[in-house]
Write a protein that binds this ligand. Structure first.
Ligand code: MG
Length: 433
């Protein structure tokens, strides 16, 4: 029986068809066959308790000893994993409520790499025999993982130099317990929204996107708060809202975090704005798109910070796992020391951006990519992820979609005329509108 493919952020999909109890059991046996001691946690989804139990049964049958943490943010589980041989979180991140899934963590907080994932897939397809009756694993509870993670956040950020009023939207997710308490300990007056873990996500969809945070934006203004913060379902993400109720775009928050690391090396994907190079004061290393690739590259170069506009922020002082609660604390520190987000964002360079995608037959994607590669050969080309061509006036990125038969193009330029010139290059390969 063949298993699903594990991507860089694990596997996730509908409970009914992808994240099934059968998969949980087989995944447990696969991981338990190679790792002696495994720590397990989950987000607040309705199918979490049953998938966790099936996973734990598999791990024990595989011969691993298991410690369970219950509901906690993914970064808190990744932090706990440092005292184990691996960590597994039962989570579908920011996906809709019917979904669930699994993320696999190394002890240093890095997601399982390509070789480790291939090994898991091999063992899923050909499950190892159960351990003998006197070799099966033991299960225990791991209390205090959330508190240990929160203490580490406070060690890293230190107390705030002044009190802030913060509205925090936990999105009924896994940080509903940790983040409010953490921000209060940091020195904030905290008003919470959706801070009851609830796998039906009654408050809002789990992704902390601009359209999903209308209530937060209103609440920040109504409360006269200094800022608003929001997590996704498993709280490896954090996004922010200014005191005026304006959603801070991912690229803007990425640049603000980068400015806090001026003079150091940071990592971000090829699709992030060139403003990072122009206005951060950092040496910027570009990576493939996906927070796991940012972590991997950040570790290789020994960088000080990594981030992706999706809301994944990586601080190596904690671990290589994107950390929503730590990012929330860092944004508070930024506002307390540098000033209101509204003015910090207003001071950032603003480059015009254009995105377009074309649906096509799967067999047309490869030839289309080749035509783009030829058309963009007059730029400084990198093929880290799709084809990216840098020019004086901006850049063009062409990538096949990972999930649909589509080719996506992103164009950014330092001014409107540059944007039109670069769009004209794109139009010579594929017409649009
Ligand atoms: Mg997530």
């Amino acid at each position: 029986m063949s298993g699903p493919t594990f991507g860089s952020s694990g596997v996730r999909g509908p409970f009914a068809t992808v994240a099934t109890p059968e998969l949980a059991l087989r995944l447990g046996r696969a991981v338990g066959a190679t790792r002696r001691r495994v720590v397990v946690g989950r987000d607040a989804r309705t199918t979490g308790p049953l998938l966790e139990r099936a996973l734990v049964a598999g791990l024990l049958a595989g011969g691993a000893d298991v410690a369970t943490c219950g509901v906690l943010p993914t970064p808190a589980l990744a932090h706990a994993a440092r005292r184990f041989d691996a960590g597994v979180v039962v989570t579908a991140s920011h996906n809709p409520a019917p979904d669930n899934g699994f993320k696999l963590w190394e002890p240093d907080g890095r997601a399982f790499g390509r070789a480790e994932r291939a090994e898991v897939e091999r063992l899923l397809a050909a499950p190892p025999a159960s351990a003998a009756w006197d070799r099966v694993g033991a299960v225990s509870e791991e209390p205090g993982a959330v508190e240990a993670h929160a203490r580490r956040v406070l060690d890293i950020t230190g107390p705030l130099p002044r009190r802030l009023r913060v509205v925090l939207d936990c999105g009924n997710g896994a940080a509903s317990r940790e983040s409010p308490a953490l921000l209060r300990a940091l020195g904030c007056d905290v008003i919470t929204l959706n801070a009851q873990p609830d796998g039906h996500f009654p408050g809002r969809p789990s992704e902390p996107s601009e359209e999903n945070l209308a209530a937060l934006r209103q609440a920040v203004v109504a409360a006269g708060a200094d800022l608003g913060l929001a997590h996704d379902g498993d709280a490896d993400r954090c996004m922010a809202v200014t005191h005026a109720g304006r959603y801070v775009q991912g690229d803007e928050l990425l640049l603000l975090f980068a400015q806090d690391h001026a003079g150091k090396t940071i990592a971000c994907p090829v699709d992030a704005s060139r403003a990072i190079e122009d206005a951060s004061g950092c040496r910027v290393v570009r990576t493939r798109v996906g927070d796991a690739y940012v972590s991997e590259r950040l570790a290789e170069v020994g960088g000080a910070f990594g981030g992706e506009a999706s809301g994944a922020w990586i601080f190596p002082e904690m671990s290589w796992c994107p950390d929503g609660p730590l990012a929330a604390a860092m944004v508070c520190r930024m506002v307390a020391t540098r000033g209101p987000l509204e003015s910090l964002v207003a001071a950032l360079p603003r480059y015009p951006l254009w995105r377009h995608s074309w649906r096509m037959a799967p067999e047309e994607i490869e030839p289309t990519m080749r035509r783009f590669a030829a058309a963009l050969a007059d730029g400084k080309v990198t093929t880290l992820d799709g084809v990216k061509a840098d020019y004086d006036e901006g850049w063009v990125l062409v990538r096949p979609s990972g999930t649909e038969p589509k080719v996506r193009v992103t164009v950014e330029a330092t001014d409107a005329a540059g944007l039109e010139a670069l769009k004209a290059k794109v139009a010579r390969v594929l017409p649009f509108r």
